[in-house]
Ligand binder design. Structure first.
Ligand SMILES: *Cc1c(COP(=O)(O)O)cnc(C)c1O
Length: 393
């Protein structure tokens, strides 16, 4: 198995992380993927592009986000919990880091239009936000079922000037929206950039999105060292849907001694229960039935409803550099309430999964007493309050 350089370096020229990744697309999309790969490499090495992105991340998105040491939560759990506060960004999650970068790339490639897939609507809203900021046309593909379930996010996208296209194929959810966006991109590559929402899809997306999220982990590492007199945390924890906030977080700590833990929803545990397959342009782990049909992921948090995982995570699991755990809905609700009551922070249900694992691991001794734990709080919980209310009643 060929791995280029260190864990979480660049993938090999075929876009593979060990046995995962690659670029499994129709012939007609290969030039678009190659164009993007070349454009990203040039942009990422270009000081003026990086300065422009850093400027938007600072003045528009609100970076750097702080680290918060959780005094009362830590006293209760017996381990020291520090949060990386992506919930405090404009639009309320780490997704803004990715979409600002990709919107700038679209502009640099001379494309005046972006398309995106969305499940619950969060990546659609983020993409519509970045498109409005840069004056790009925006079309969002969303399964018809999700359009009905997430009417408020559909309206948000429309307020931001985006067009939402309901997808009526297959199960009419996220995986079908990805297929539809890929299909439309074949016919519109001249004018259109496909803004993928996580570390998934054909090469170069898993690499590109991880690099755009790397800022989370690099900021957190430097801030943590500042807070602790130069030490790194013992354990770094992040939730995993497609895996972008986890990949960005892990990228900052992979070269330290920190243990890396990704936490999936029990109903979407692609590392725990998935099998290798080629879906959405990449080889990775997916929940599938006996004949290889991709299954629906099930979770209380719509943002973790992707039935696969980014290929780099499949690789990190395979080489043992990161481990992947899963937690159930009851544990997630418990962690949501615990953070609210002890720290005055309502987390999104997605990062409440990461916290739920910390609670479990502190309770059963997997984390030793006094262990130093950094958790990425990928988003804020305002969007989930109504759902939590229904679940608790
Ligand atoms: C979308 C989302 C996720 C899941 O996406 P990843 O690519 O796995 O990071 C996690 N947390 C929040 C708050 C989200 O909005």
């Amino acid at each position: 198995m060929v791995v280029t350089g260190q864990p979480m370096g660049a993938p090999d020229p075929g876009g593979r992380f060990g046995g995962f990744g690659g670029r499994f697309v129709p012939e007609s999309l290969v030039p678009a993927c190659l164009e993007l790969e070349t454009a990203f490499a040039a942009a990422w090495a270009d000081r003026s592009f990086r300065d422009r992105l850093d400027g938007l991340l600072a003045d528009y998105a609100g970076r750097p986000t702080p680290l918060t040491a959780c005094t009362r939560l830590s006293a209760q759990l017996g381990v020291n919990v520090v949060l990386k506060r992506e919930d405090l960004t404009h639009t309320g999650s780490h997704k803004i880091n990715n979409v600002l970068g990709q919107a700038l790339l679209a502009e640099r490639m001379g494309k005046h239009r972006v398309i995106a897939e969305t499940g619950a609507g969060q990546h659609g809203v983020a993409t519509a936000t970045a498109a409005a900021l840069l004056g790009l046309e925006c079309v969002v593909y969303m399964g018809e079922v999700d359009v009905e379930r997430q009417a408020l996010n559909v309206f948000r996208m429309q307020l931001l000037g985006a067009q939402v296209r309901p997808v009526t194929s297959g199960s009419r959810t996220l995986k079908d929206a990805v297929n539809e966006a890929l299909r439309e991109w074949v016919g519109s590559v001249e004018t259109t950039h496909y803004c993928i929402g996580s570390v998934m899809g054909p090469h170069p997306y898993p690499y590109l999105v991880r690099e755009l999220q790397r800022v989370v982990g690099e900021e957190a590492r430097e801030q943590y060292r500042g807070l602790s007199g130069g030490e790194d945390p013992d354990v770094v924890v992040a939730c995993v849907g497609g895996g972008s906030n986890a990949a960005g977080t892990f990228a900052g700590f992979v070269a330290t001694r920190a243990e890396l833990v990704g936490v999936e929803a029990a109903g979407g545990a692609a590392v725990g229960r998935g099998v290798p397959g080629v879906v959405h342009g990449m080889r990775s782990l997916f929940l599938q039935d006996e004949v290889g049909q991709v299954l629906e992921a099930e979770s209380i948090s719509a943002g973790l409803d992707y039935p696969g995982i980014g290929p780099e995570h499949a690789h990190l699991a395979e080489i043992g550099r990161a481990r992947y755990e899963s937690v159930g809905d009851d544990e997630v609700l418990g962690a949501f309430r615990l953070l609210a009551e002890t720290e005055g922070i309502l987390p999104a249900l997605e990062p409440a999964h990461a916290l739920a694992w910390v609670v479990r691991a502190a309770g059963n001794g997997t984390l030793r007493p006094g262990a130093n734990v950094l958790v990425t709080l990928s988003g804020r919980g305002d969007k989930d309050v109504q759902q939590v209310r229904e679940m608790l009643s």
